[in-house]
Design a protein. Structure first.
Lengths: 294, 375
């Protein structure tokens, strides 16, 4: 892929082809084209009418993907990933593995390009993208509204926000309209913050704080709680470990993980979005999530 | 006669109506203040509890006021804030713009908080071209000292402590140059002398050093304990009233035994030992930065529950350490998300949502959780 929009340059003037109208000779001896008078007058009338109209706004400049020299032309996709955040990415003994690593592999395969994984600590990912050290970020990256306009985000490929887990088939069937339930949280966590927010909004809950998520889930097993609010990664792990638990809808907070791309690569972004939509529709994404997250 | 009576009646009516209209117009043009504010009082079970705010880039008076109000409501009595020298004298050595500083100090004082201000950074006119804003050469020490004195004079009785510079044992904070404890001592001496001349009550505080174990010759900085010793050897003791300490716990709990080779919260005790070693044990110290971080994506992050437990214990230790005047942890709030682990130092979010840490500290310091709309 080269440019976002292919546009043809204006054709250069060419030598008169055979069959062109014959030329006349002016009084000064300079050849001039012999043109029919009536069509010329008609052309002048039309031109005058056009000139009388207000000038149309200038056409927008064609949008182009300004691509780093390394990118695409050599068929290499450089993906920035923080290899210290399992189960999304873990770099161990020189080998990457994890949900996002597999997602990157499949994306490169879809594009027919070679994959190059670049291990970058989370705090340096955006800077690496900005200086074209990498072409995309696939690294459990939460969507950041305030960065719109400096990068392009893909559609979400994972929702990492807080959810409520509860015993499957129990009295608690929904995370909507909670009232009087005993809800466990990890003290200080975003789940804790979420439940405190619900309480501040008027939900009458019995919030019980624990030092860790496993401690809260253990209390749920013992029947001391009606539900536990945790992030979706922890929830999937808990449900995988114990099929008697389930995740209740709706999610209690919205933390979508997205792929970030350079702002000047809108066509590439569209390609990625279309691909994500496809693998979401055909179940590939769900299977990937199940393989790595539960 | 009747017409004369009507004339007098009209005149009287005018005499009554005109002043009333005039008063109304004046009132509309020059409205009285809605309410005369009186300073509030911090209610806390631990008067040593404080927090470092970060209002350097906060342009909204409302958000500044809200920050200090929430600090007070948390039960913190102290605040540390940073005032860059270029904010006040950026236009030149003879021009002072106190507007930002005035807003900070005024709002903090109205909330009943004790204010510690840290000054550093260098305006362009006071440093060579092409240098960083942290490079201050000896020929401009007097300019910096004049600024410190102007600050001390202006905020007499409202700001109690003035910290001179920040972490000068790091090359970055020293203008990307090799660190120099003797040079910093000279800067401290110039500032102390100038400040005391105009405001003897202002407590001049020696800079908090970055906790680090960098050996001599490192391009990044110098071990804080070693740097402090060299300051004392250069005669710094005469030029500060209190010492600032930066005390970060990283992954260790606050009660972890201090070890000169490790960065722990209890490294503050080693700093204190150095003060005593040089016969300076009579001076207080203040922790002006410190604490724990609960980012799941930072190698030095702890679990959120640990962060709460460690923070509460650290504030308790502050009460137990008689030599410690205040403990101001890092940080209350940032104006915008940084999208890095730094966000996980904050006590409230950029949009002022209190974290569970804030609420737990509030419960511990005030003994109860006030309603969200409490004054």
């Amino acid at each position: 892929m080269e440019n976002e929009l292919s546009h043809s340059p204006a054709p250069l003037p060419a030598a008169a082809p055979p069959g062109s109208p014959p030329t006349a000779v002016s009084r000064r001896g300079v050849p001039r084209p012999r043109l029919p008078l009536v069509p010329l007058l008609a052309l002048l009338v039309v031109a005058g009418a056009i000139l009388a109209l207000p000038a149309p706004p200038p056409a927008p400049a064609p949008v182009q993907d300004v691509q780093p020299p390394h990118q695409w032309r050599e068929g290499v996709l450089r993906v920035g990933v923080d290899g210290a955040y399992p189960p999304f990415a873990l770099l161990e003994n020189g080998q990457f593995r994890g949900h996002d690593v597999e997602l990157a592999r499949r994306l490169a395969g879809h594009l027919g390009w070679q994959l190059e994984l670049v291990n970058i600590p989370f705090d340096g990912l955006y800077d690496a993208l900005r200086v074209s050290r990498i072409d995309v970020i696939i690294s459990a990256l939460p969507y950041q509204e305030e960065l719109e306009g400096t990068v392009i985000y893909s559609r979400p490929y994972f929702q990492a926000g807080e959810v409520l887990i509860a015993p499957r088939g129990g009295a608690l069937r929904s995370a909507r309209a909670l009232r009087d339930q005993r809800i466990g949280v990890e003290l200080g966590s975003l789940g804790d913050q979420t439940v405190r927010r619900l309480e501040a909004q008027g939900a009458r809950l019995q919030r019980q704080a624990f030092d860790s998520i496993p401690a809260a889930v253990a209390a749920l097993h013992r029947g001391e709680l009606d539900g536990v609010v945790v992030d979706r990664v922890a929830a999937l792990a808990a449900v995988r470990a114990d099929p008697a638990l389930t995740i209740l809808d709706p999610p209690l907070s919205d933390v979508p993980y997205v792929i970030a791309m350079p702002y000047d690569a809108p066509a590439f972004a569209r390609t990625i979005d279309e691909w994500l939509e496809t693998i979401e529709r055909d179940g590939t994404l769900a299977r990937l999530t199940a393989d790595y997250l539960g | 006669m009747a017409s004369l009576r009507r004339w007098w009646s009209g005149l009287l009516a005018l005499l009554v109506i005109l002043p009333a209209l005039g008063h109304l117009g004046y009132a509309l043009a020059f409205p009285e203040p809605e309410e005369i504010e009186t300073p509030r009082v911090v209610q806390t079970l631990n008067p040593k509890v404080g927090i470092h705010t970060r209002l350097t880039d906060e342009g909204s008076t409302e958000r500044i006021a809200r920050t200090y109000r929430m600090v007070r409501q948390m039960g913190a009595a102290w605040v540390v804030e940073y005032l860059p020298w270029p904010y006040v004298q950026g236009a030149g050595p003879d021009q002072f713009d106190w507007r930002h500083a005035d807003r900070l100090v005024e709002r903090a004082v109205m909330e009943g908080l004790r204010v510690i201000i840290r000054i550093d950074s260098v305006p362009a006119w006071a440093r060579p071209p092409g240098t960083t804003f942290k490079q201050l050469d000896p020929e401009h020490y007097a300019d910096f000292a004049n600024f410190a004195a102007a600050f001390a004079h202006r905020y007499r009785g409202r700001v109690s402590h003035l910290i001179i510079w920040n972490e000068p044992n790091l090359a970055y904070e020293w203008g990307q140059r090799p660190v120099d404890p003797v040079a910093y001592t000279n800067l401290l001496a110039a500032s102390y002398t100038a400040v005391k001349r105009v405001n003897p009550d202002m407590r001049v505080v020696a800079a908090g050093l970055a906790p680090t174990t960098e050996p001599p010759g490192s391009p990044w900085g110098l071990d804080d304990l070693l740097y402090l010793r060299r300051m004392y050897q250069a005669g710094a003791a005469r030029y500060f009233d209190a010492l600032a300490i930066h005390s970060y716990g990283l992954t260790a709990p606050p009660d972890a035994p201090p070890d000169p080779a490790k960065i722990t919260f209890s490294r503050a005790l080693l700093t204190r030992q150095v003060m005593e070693e040089f016969g300076d044990g009579g001076k207080p110290a203040l922790i002006t930065e410190g604490g724990w971080n609960d980012s799941p994506r930072w190698v030095y992050g702890v679990r959120p529950a640990q962060r709460i437990a460690y923070t509460l214990r650290a504030y308790q230790l502050a009460a137990e350490w008689p030599w410690l005047e205040a403990m101001c942890l890092w940080t209350f709030r940032t104006p915008k998300p940084t999208r890095t682990y730094h966000d996980h130092f904050a006590f409230v979010t950029p949009d002022f949502i209190p974290t569970p840490l804030y609420l737990e500290v509030q419960r511990a310091m005030r003994g109860f959780t006030p309603p969200p709309d409490a004054p």
